[in-house]
Ligand binder design. Structure first.
Ligand code: 3EB
Length: 340
């Protein structure tokens, strides 16, 4: 669906033209590209460009984000988000943002030591994002990515991921009282104090999608932590033309499945993804326009993950990244996009 961003003459008395509230914008185009960052940033409509791990360049542009997850593919592509209009961008303390064509990218990077640890950093990051977005036309958050160091360190309620969940909920307050965005939370092996969070927002609400095979994350029982993780399993973008798929692991009901069995976990994830597509009313299967990411805990598992995904999802662009699923028994997680 094309976005309407031109003045439409109204047919009311006087026949003066007026601005008509545009409908939901076409989904951003998300792609993996082997260009260099500067070339991608120079393309019209580039909202954000992501490099993974030790990316070669580091341009000084608020739309550029170095994600602290090592790519397990060589050469590693960059990820580009592109929209149908001119893009503005800026910085606001630890936050950087860009906006155009009815979409907003925002990212926050904090040093946990400056905020009293993992819970304090999550609280502060979400509070900063919330305060920034409150003043924007694009105030509906549709999709969030959270990358935390040493996510599985610590035990029980003191596991770092669980502290992140506590702080996230505090920083959000009632921000998502109307419904959670889709999300990913993955452990990185970069700067051990870095919490990185980025998001996609727009002026219109999307439609949250749950997976009938899985208990909704916000209803997880107490055994998974004091604070249930606040995210939807997927989000249909407002124009209905794309599905943003949250981090999807081998979770059935609320339990982790196939502990220690990489291939079985991957198979369960693919069943979960098909269930999500059906639940969202999207066509079954993935295609060459559906960029996915596979977060792999053990780099030694990458060839097997690549091989299994090439068999099961031939032609689908999948970026393999080293990342730790937030439950230590889970070896792999997928997220990504499905276009209608
Ligand atoms: C799960 O299904 C896996 O805390 O934001 C997936 C996606 C997971 C997002 C989050 C956690 C989050 O529970 C973990």
């Amino acid at each position: 669906m094309a976005s309407l961003s031109f003045p439409v003459a109204s047919m009311t008395e006087g026949c003066e033209s007026r601005w008509v509230e545009p409908g939901p914008a076409r989904a951003p185009r998300i792609s993996y590209r082997l260009n260099d960052a500067a070339a991608l940033l120079a393309e019209p409509g580039t909202l954000a460009v992501f490099g993974f791990g030790h990316a070669a360049s580091d341009p000084d542009d608020p739309r550029w984000l170095r994600v602290p997850l090592e790519a397990l593919d060589a050469p590693a592509p960059l990820e580009a988000w592109q929209v149908d209009d001119a893009v503005q961008h800026g910085r606001d303390g630890a936050l950087r943002w860009s906006a155009g064509g009815g979409w907003l990218f925002a990212a926050v990077e904090l040093d946990e030591r400056e905020h009293g640890g993992p819970a304090g950093a999550a609280r502060e990051a979400y509070a900063q994002l919330r305060d920034f977005i409150r003043g924007r036309a694009e105030h509906r958050v549709l999709r969030i990515w959270n990358y935390q160091a040493a996510i599985n360190a610590g035990h029980g309620d003191a596991e770092r991921y669980k502290l992140f969940c506590d702080g996230r909920a505090e920083g959000c307050g009632d921000w998502f009282a109307d419904g959670y965005p889709a999300a990913t939370a993955i452990g990185h092996h970069g700067d051990p104090h870095l919490l990185q969070i980025y998001l996609l927002a727009g002026p219109h609400a999307g439609t949250a999608v749950e997976n009938p095979r899985q208990v909704s994350a916000w209803r997880y029982p107490r055994q998974y932590g004091r604070t249930s993780p606040g995210f939807a399993r997927a989000m249909t973008l407002p124009a209905g033309d794309a599905l943003a798929i949250s981090g999807t692991a081998a979770v059935v009901g609320h339990a982790s499945a196939h502990e220690g069995d990489l291939a079985a976990q991957l198979q369960e994830i693919l069943v979960n993804l098909e269930a999500l597509l059906a639940s969202a009313g999207m066509p079954a299967g993935f295609d060459t326009h559906a960029p996915l990411k596979a977060y792999v805990r053990h780099p030694a598992d990458a060839p097997r993950v690549r091989e299994l995904l090439q068999q099961r999802l031939p032609g689908v662009p999948v970026l393999l990244l080293q990342g730790d699923v937030c439950r230590s028994e889970l070896l792999v997680e997928l997220d990504g996009w499905r276009y209608a």
